[in-house]
Design a protein around this ligand. Structure first.
Ligand code: FES
Length: 127
């Protein structure tokens, strides 16, 4: 199972913007929305633009190439919710923004308990 990986320090990503990071070979767009951090696949599923460079408004990012809009919270394509891109867990540990990108075989390793631990996940530093 993959671990959380530090990508930046709190304050490195300006409020209302995103930055792309390589996390275990996967490009991940991390956004700061009013102090809450979110992470989705950086590659737009349309033609591969970097979503980290998109326009952020609220909890939506608009792709810089053709203006498809995605939720930064869950990766949903806001103009067609049947389509989505991957979203990843983010947490703040001390001053570090950390992202967990599942490994390809993580699904096969998930316990089937229905009570997957969320301890530490989704936690955000309020400051
Ligand atoms: S590449 Fe993102 S909308 Fe076209």
């Amino acid at each position: 199972m993959s671990d959380f990986v530090t990508v930046a320090k709190v304050g490195d990503i300006e409020d209302g913007s995103g930055q792309a990071f390589n996390v275990g070979g996967k490009m991940v767009a991390v956004f700061n929305c009013g102090g809450q951090h979110h992470a989705i696949n950086d590659f737009c599923p349309h033609m591969g633009a970097s979503l980290a460079g998109g326009y952020v408004e609220g909890e939506a990012v608009t792709c810089p190439w053709h203006a498809w809009r995605f939720s930064v919270k869950d990766g949903t394509w806001l103009d067609n919710p049947k389509v989505s891109t991957d979203a990843y867990e983010v947490r703040v540990a001390g001053e570090e923004i950390q992202v967990r990108v599942p490994l390809p075989d993580d699904d096969a390793q998930q316990p089937d308990e229905g009570t997957a631990s969320s301890e530490g996940a989704e936690s955000e530093d309020e400051s």
